[in-house]
Design a protein around this ligand. Structure first.
Ligand SMILES: NC(=O)c1ccc[n+]([C@@H]2O[C@H](COP(=O)([O-])OP(=O)(O)OC[C@H]3O[C@@H](n4cnc5c(N)ncnc54)[C@H](OP(=O)(O)O)[C@@H]3O)[C@@H](O)[C@H]2O)c1
Length: 309
């Protein structure tokens, strides 16, 4: 396992994060086994949200830590807020009161006094940066949140927030994986008239690198949250075949090969994997041992249907 100083601030974070969005689907024994496996391979960073399984992911994670007698300070815990009424009138809320009440509820479910990191989950069109700043300062001063970041935000959204905040935004959590590469496509196709040249996210990859903001790629194995695993999707048959070829050549599992492709990018990204299968998780640890050549990295990229200009 590699360890990072996330956003040039948060030291000693494992470069692989375990995402807990799917954790509540499992029994307490299975959750303990996943947490112990994560510990074995050196993962010390866990990603939550107040909305995962309606808060049950946070609650069951805390129960498993207690049952397994794993001390809180062995882990870095990140959670998110800002999504509301997911199953009724879904919308976003970055108001001061909502941020504070959401964190209080997460802390209760997680049975902890503090979050290591709080992220704003998705942009709120009605954001008032001064209110976010008040909420963050209150939480920080009370010792309830150590560090702050965002998710799914573009550079100007981050700049707008940062202008009012006292604390630096150290993380931007974005979907990224071999089957989801808009942040790379636009840069590679700069000055072209094709679809891949469309700059949807305002150069978010280059911006985060410039600012020292750590990118946390979410769902690295999914096409998206609706279409599921890219390995099972006909559109990505060629990508899957090429990854299988390189997995054999580099003597890695398929999953480790996918992660090795992400980790080869020099932005020092911190991928979030959501596997709750101890064997699959264990096999991912070898991703750090492979150093992909440029030619192999580009072959994988092109096999996802991304021609180079
Ligand atoms: N910020 C955001 O907007 C956002 C959005 C979505 C997710 N996230 C974060 O990102 C984390 C990871 O997301 P994710 O769970 O979608 O990530 P993922 O790692 O892409 O997917 C994990 C899922 O894929 C399955 N899987 C992986 N390899 C497989 C294989 N070879 N064969 C069959 N199944 C396989 C896993 O099953 P097993 O358990 O059986 O291995 C698990 O159900 C989440 O937990 C959450 O923390 C953030």
């Amino acid at each position: 396992m590699n360890y990072l100083t996330v956003g040039n601030e948060l030291e000693g974070a494992s470069q692989l994060v375990l995402g807990c969005m799917r954790l509540a689907e499992h029994s307490p024994e299975e959750i303990i086994s996943v947490l112990e496996t994560a510990g074995e391979i050196g993962i010390n960073f866990f990603d939550h949200s107040d909305v995962y399984a309606g808060g049950q992911s946070e609650a069951k994670f805390a129960q498993a830590l207690q049952l397994a007698k794993i001390p809180r300070d062995r882990f870095l815990i990140q959670s998110k807020c800002g999504l509301r009424d997911v199953h009724s009138n879904y919308h976003f809320d970055f108001s001061k009161d909502y941020i504070i009440s959401s964190v209080e509820a997460s802390l209760k479910r997680l049975q902890t006094d503090y979050l290591d990191v709080l992220l704003l989950h998705r942009p709120d069109a009605l954001v008032e940066p001064e209110e976010v700043a008040e909420a963050f300062s209150r939480l920080h001063q009370a010792g309830k949140v150590r560090y702050f970041g965002v998710s799914n935000q573009n550079p100007y959204q981050i700049e707008l927030l940062q202008k009012s905040l006292e604390q630096p935004l150290i993380i931007n959590q974005l979907q990224f994986g071999p089957a989801h590469t808009p942040m790379i496509d636009a840069g590679l196709n700069s000055n072209m008239l094709n679809q891949l040249a469309v700059n949807r996210d305002g150069g978010v990859l280059e911006y985060c690198r410039l600012q020292g903001i750590t990118i946390q790629p979410w769902s690295p194995f999914q096409v998206d949250l609706q279409q599921g695993l890219f390995m099972k999707h006909p559109k990505y048959a060629q990508l899957t075949a090429v990854l299988e070829k390189f997995a054999a050549a580099y003597q890695l599992s398929f999953e480790a090969m996918v992660l090795a492709w992400i980790l080869r990018h020099p932005a020092h990204m911190q991928p979030i994997v959501g596997s709750m299968n101890p064997d699959r998780l264990r096999s991912m640890a070898a991703a750090f041992d492979a150093e992909l050549s440029r030619a192999d990295w580009y072959e994988i990229y092109k096999s996802a249907g991304n021609p180079l200009p």
